[in-house]
Write a protein that binds this ligand. Sequence first.
Ligand code: SF4
Length: 270
Amino acid sequence: MFDYKKYLRTEKLPHIWCPGCGDGIIMKAMIRAIDKLGLKKDKIAMVSGIGCSSRTPGYIDVNTLHTTHGRPIPFAVGIKAVKPEMNVIVVTGDGDGVAIGGNHFIHTARRNIDITVLLYNNWTYGMTGGQASPTMHIGDFATTTPYGSIDQPFDICRLAEASGASFVARCTTFHAVLLTNLIEKALRKKGFSLVEIYTQCPTYYRGAGKRVSAVEMLQGFKESSVMVDAAKKMSPEELKDKTIIGVLVDRDLPEYLDEYKKLIERVRKK
Ligand code: SF4
């Protein structure tokens, strides 16, 4: 049986997550990916912002930073710039990552800086009581949308792709084995890599009006997900309301910090 404890700060347990929350499933997948890659704990820096997902680094026994709301990416970029040998992982949520942190997200993807972002998308601000996030679907209810949301939601994967990320993948907490593989691939990839993970907040997510249990949400993830290769053979009508999971983008692009080093060398030679 896999020994998770060797990667955990067991003195910090029990964790603060609610029963049925998906955050623990993601943390375990992340640990398995780190173990599969054989990464040394002191060569990993894990950075989070604020929110339920951002409590993850507190439980994992690597170099960790719990930063300010929306700002984990600039902290992570700073670490990568000074210590390029580190594997830098950002753990963030939909509110932290693409609302207050949205500009950091798009510009770090645009520069293709070599960090891995694991973005937990539960369509709400769980920690602060269930407000609407920028990924919430039209018509969904939250404490700040009592008559249903009229905002167009972000498609985070398309946002990353359009901004210039090297690697973009999507998964759900139902697909825990696939999630481990995708995190492993993202960590291997040079450049900005993103894994968006659909996850359940059974405490605050209200969707179209009522609270949804963790089991119902996991069942929903199972039924609505389509692997990327299968999706290529389906019509737009068949893909309506489906979630495409797997590797969506995998391309080799110049990495910013490498290009920056080359620039310094060019300038020094002048
Ligand atoms: Fe998880 Fe939601 Fe509870 Fe936060 S509020 S720990 S996201 S279930």
